[in-house]
Write a protein of this length. Structure first.
Length: 476
């Protein structure tokens, strides 16, 4: 095919994207970059849950808690407060109404900026809902109730995200019982927040609300909080929670949550009643795939409603792709964005590198944070992979001492040949510190490569070099 014919083919390639979260947004930009005609359909705002009600506002709340914690430990670093020369110990007050107003404004601003970027790139942005009509057509239903539009698409990308799971005897009401979407309506600081669910979402919000001054009870049905994380990391976080005064109830399943008018009562499976002022239900999510015409179009779904995709985001229908929390891949914004780009590269005939889940860095934004990438120590101990693991505690790091950090560690896993294959960081800035380990895994670097790379002294990253050096195998 000649170059002019290739350009014409790309221009005539209509990509319709249902959902404007990270996956849909990145797919749209990639499509325009490669010359396709792109339409994106979104009902709530570009950015989806990640920007409007999840990642952006929740991490903003966590940043507020971090700032509050810095104030709390200021005296330990020699920083005091005086009034007219007299030393005082002021009580910190959090204006949650003002905090939430800022978070929602920040989320809205980012959503608008993303929409503007799409329009500037030449993407057609439609406000409403889309559904498949077979595997080559999409029906658009405008949010304002206008007439539906049926459009033909050479490629369809579904990126509709997920919504909080609700339990029949613990229905969120937005008054005292909340999902993670509803928390930003709070105008006053809860006296006692009960968090049901100790996965990533539950642990993060428990950490954040405790950090801004709430009494917190965290109810976990498992043996420990964060059961899917590295065991050393989960144990450390639970110990930190307890040491700071959080009430953690392990092996406790919540059967019922009731709004009493003046508070909440959570009934556990053993009959115990836990009383608080508010309750956050953090019990997972369900994909927003119902009513999209996916099954009718021949797109395979799991029993839970997730779209089955391969490593290039393709579904069981050759021209239908999917990205994000509605798929069987990891529910991370970074993964969704990568899936969206990969889907477009693949359908447009560009270089599409298959997404390698094991190379994905993930982070839990508790205080301290937990970041991980690659093979786990549990997999190593189960014999799934051969290698060695070394862990150094961070409090002995010179920079950590200067910063007054009391908790954390860096762990690296290497193959028997010395190649870096996994890592875990528990630290104030774990989300930043995990990057060099992720780069090493992606590029198959050895522990000696890491150990030979200069780090700044003093720095927390210096411990990465120390751990790598400890994993060196003498060639003698």
């Amino acid at each position: 095919m000649s170059e002019s014919n290739q350009l014409t083919a790309k221009k005539n390639h209509h990509i319709v994207i249902i959902g404007g979260g990270p996956g849909g947004y990145e797919a749209a930009l990639a499509g325009r970059q490669l010359g396709a005609d792109v339409t994106i359909i979104e009902s709530n705002g570009i950015g989806g849950n990640a920007v409007l009600t999840d990642v952006v506002p929740s991490k903003g709340l966590i940043s507020t808690a971090d700032a509050a914690n810095n104030v709390k430990r200021a005296e330990k670093l020699g920083i005091g407060f005086t009034v007219d020369g007299e030393k005082v110990h002021p009580k910190m007050k959090i204006d949650l109404g003002a905090v939430n107003k800022r978070l929602l404004a920040m989320a809205h601003e980012q959503s608008v900026e993303m929409r503007d970027a799409l329009l500037e790139a030449g993407v057609r942005v439609l406000n409403g809902r889309g559904r498949l009509d077979g595997n080559h057509h999409v029906i658009f239903a405008p949010k304002d109730g206008g007439a539906e539009e049926r459009m033909e698409a050479k490629t369809i990308i579904v990126a509709v995200g997920a919504t909080p799971r609700e339990l029949p005897d613990a229905k969120p009401d937005g008054d005292r019982i909340f999902t993670w979407k509803q928390l930003y309506d709070l105008t006053e600081l809860p006296e006692h927040m009960i968090v049901v669910g100790s996965g990533v979402t539950g642990a993060e919000f428990a950490s954040a609300f405790h950090g801004i001054g709430c009494e917190v009870t965290l109810i976990s049905s498992r043996d420990m909080v964060l059961p899917s994380q590295d065991q050393d990391a989960a144990e450390l976080i639970e110990n930190v929670f307890r040491s700071k005064g959080m009430n953690v109830l392990n092996k406790s399943r919540a059967d019922k949550v009731v709004n009493t008018g003046s508070g909440v009562e959570v009934t556990l499976s053993d009959g115990t009643i836990v009383k608080g002022s508010h309750c956050l239900m953090a019990v997972g999510s369900i994909p927003n795939t119902a009513g999209l015409g996916l099954t009718e179009a021949g797109v395979e779904l799991t029993e839970s409603g997730h779209i089955v995709t391969n490593k290039v985001a393709r579904t069981s229908r050759a021209n239908v792709y999917a990205a994000g929390d509605c798929t069987t891949f990891l529910p991370l914004a970074s993964v969704s964005a990568m899936q969206g780009r990969t889907a477009v590269f693949h359908t447009m005939g560009d270089v599409a590198m298959p997404t390698q889940i094991r190379n994905v860095s993930a982070n839990v934004f508790t205080s301290p944070e937990i970041a991980s990438v690659g093979w786990s120590q549990a997999a190593l101990e189960a014999g799934e992979v051969n290698g060695n693991v070394v862990k150094f505690d961070l409090p002995s790091n010179p920079r950590a001492k200067m910063m007054g950090l009391q908790f954390g560690f860096i762990k690296i896993i290497a193959s028997t040949g010395g190649t870096v294959i996994g890592g875990v960081v528990v630290a104030k800035s774990a989300s930043e510190l995990i990057y060099p380990i992720a780069v090493a895994i992606e590029n198959r670097l050895t522990v000696d490569d890491l150990a030979r790379t200069f780090t700044v002294y003093p720095s927390l990253s210096g411990t990465i070099m120390e751990v790598a050096r400890a994993l060196h195998t003498p060639n003698v």
